[in-house]
Write a protein of this length. Structure first.
Length: 595
């Protein structure tokens, strides 16, 4: 527990302006959440079309029939494809109710962009015979988020929506007076939600916490993790003035009220300096029974529910957020993607960064990286027989899993988590030989095939839908022919070329962020202009190391990395004088004077 004197000193770091900035837009979000709960759940009204009784008992009963008890009736590879079949037989008001429930589920998420939330909402509304529009004030609020839901709020969306539906079914068994009374009592509201959960078997603690926060943002905190709430309560329990109780939410409300009164504003517990006070990096978190969630097969990761990249990731990569969002959109549409371009364009770094973002900071081990080469085979990549020591010192052969088989096995055991395989230098391997029959499964994730080394009685193999594959391809490497048509059909291809965005501005942004002279970027542009051929141009990452910008560092990287690479490109072409055409002194003397 932190000492109060030291705690108050550290809190002085945060100014009132910082706190206001951290809270920007949240008042509007909380007002919308409260309105949806009060007008929808408790008054049976609509937030999209006020005055229309969308949240009626009949509509909830209809959604229970087609989406809860009949959730397996419609099969499809994605959430919205399944939903189209499930809602096909219901009338417009029930479809609109589902859209407003989806709004409630998505609204508080800060890791989903506003335009993605709007897109998802509109996809449901378009299933109506007479679609309604999303009001401008709601569109505006969608750009705000209260907490990062990680992959959980994406992968568990179907189960969370089932809980929201069943809560509405339960509320419609109450009288109007009983429902309206719940809007005045946060503890009673929580009890009614817990009652609906216990009767339904949909154990969704994070969704319950999110709904409670939206219903009573002055009482419940936007902290949906059960363990985090307990850790925060325990860390700041000195603000209670009494022993902690069995009710974490009540304790937190008292602590937070005292905390905010002292600080003159609302506290963001996931921001420093507070986060390190209650969640040390080395802290071992206890297992909390209420936080356990049974994952059903139909609740496996939906590729269309990937988390949007945020501005922080875009800033780290020195690229535009819009470009990053397009990359994730491509993975939503097709779970395989390849970044291609000349060396040094950041392909591998970007691939790994996107992969780590998608799996979430809580699951860094869900990213596996392999590098293809000409000798790489199916047995190396997926599975094959390898020598192993047997009893009596004999040497035999044993079927050993490769990196992809290991990842698929883990993905099957954890269908609520996302896994990403990053394949570096994918075009350096013999792709038909490496992938074998797995080629088929890249395109048809819901189908099963017999594996090369399967036993006769083995179950056919399917590629788990919660695995993404992100590859990198060096267009200057001509050790293998161009990627075949079968591979092109199964992967989305994203170019990274020095002369085009986002790579074109990458070096200048990196230099500006570190206050290095931008003349290096001018020199890089001059080099690529001299090279000409876009497949052989030099990427900016050669210049994105601090050592390059030390005394003599730039000339050194030129002599030891740039010129040898260009000599290899021009091997056998005696008409080109490498130093005369690409030499450091040659190019820099022609640059205009500048920084």
């Amino acid at each position: 527990m932190p000492e109060l004197v030291g705690l108050r000193g550290m809190m002085a770091i945060m100014t009132a302006t910082d706190m206001d900035k951290a809270r920007a837009g949240l008042d509007e979000l909380e007002a919308l959440g409260r309105r949806v709960v009060m007008d929808g759940y408790l008054r049976r009204d609509s937030v999209l079309t006020p005055g229309k009784a969308v949240w009626s008992g009949d509509n909830f009963a209809e959604l229970e029939r087609v989406y809860v008890t009949g959730k397996d009736a419609s099969k499809g590879p994605g959430f919205f494809e399944k939903l189209t079949g499930q809602l096909d037989s219901v009338d417009d008001s029930a479809v609109q109710l589902f859209a407003e429930l989806l709004l409630l589920q998505m609204a508080p998420l800060s890791n989903v962009l506003g335009r993605t939330k709007l897109n998802y909402l509109q996809q449901v509304l378009k299933m109506m015979d007479a679609p309604v529009e999303v009001p401008d004030d709601i569109v505006h609020v969608l750009s705000t988020g209260a907490f990062n839901g990680g992959t959980g709020f994406n992968t568990m969306r179907p189960a969370q929506l089932r809980l929201l539906i069943l809560f509405g079914v339960h509320l419609n068994t109450l009288s109007e007076d009983e429902r309206l009374a719940l809007g005045e009592d946060p503890v009673a509201f929580r009890a009614a939600l817990a009652h609906a959960q216990s009767n339904s078997g949909e154990n969704q603690p994070a969704q319950r916490a999110a709904l409670q926060y939206l219903a009573f943002p002055k009482f419940f905190l936007p902290i949906v993790n059960v363990r985090d709430r307990r850790l925060i309560r325990d860390a700041f329990s000195s603000y209670l003035g009494r022993p902690v109780s069995d009710d974490v939410d009540v304790d937190l409300n008292e602590i937070n009220s005292a905390f905010e009164e002292e600080q003159g504003g609302r506290i963001e517990y996931y921001h420093e300096p507070w986060k390190s006070m209650w969640k040390p990096a080395a802290k071992v978190l206890p297992v909390v029974e209420d936080d356990a969630t049974e994952v059903l097969e139909e609740d496996a990761v939906d590729p269309t529910a990937l988390s949007d990249p945020d501005q922080a990731l875009a800033d780290d990569l020195h690229v535009d957020l819009d470009w990053l969002v397009k990359c994730v959109d491509l993975l939503r549409d097709r779970p395989q993607l390849i970044f291609y371009g000349p060396p040094g364009t950041g392909k591998t770094f970007i691939a790994k960064s996107i992969a780590k973002h998608l799996v979430g900071e809580d699951h860094p081990d869900n990213v596996k990286i392999v590098q293809f080469h000409p000798a790489y085979s199916y047995e190396d990549f997926f599975e094959g027989f390898r020598p192993s020591q047997q009893a009596g010192g004999q040497i035999g052969f044993e079927l050993k899993p490769g990196p992809l088989r290991q990842l698929t096995d883990r993905a099957r055991r954890h269908p609520d988590e996302l896994f990403v395989l990053v394949i570096d230098e994918i075009n350096r391997g013999n792709l038909a030989k490496i992938f074998g029959e797995l080629y088929f499964l890249l395109e048809y994730r819901d189908e099963a095939i017999d594996l090369m080394y399967s036993a006769q009685d083995a179950e056919p193999f399917t590629m788990p839908r919660n695995i993404l594959i992100v590859g990198t391809m060096n267009t200057a490497d001509r050790s293998i022919a161009l990627v075949d048509t079968a591979m092109r059909r199964r992967f989305a291809f994203v170019p990274l070329h020095p002369a085009k965005e986002p790579t074109k501005s990458l070096l200048r942004r990196w230099l500006a962020a570190r206050r290095y002279p931008t003349r290096v970027a001018d020199l890089h542009d001059a080099l690529n202009a001299a090279i000409g051929d876009p497949d052989f141009q030099i990427g900016p990452s050669y210049f994105m190391r601090p050592a390059v910008h030390s005394e003599g560092g730039l000339a050194q990287v030129w002599d030891t990395a740039i010129l040898p690479l260009l000599e290899e490109y021009h091997f056998g072409d005696h008409s080109v004088d490498i130093n005369a055409r690409y030499g450091f002194d040659t190019l820099i003397k022609d640059l205009p004077a500048g920084e």
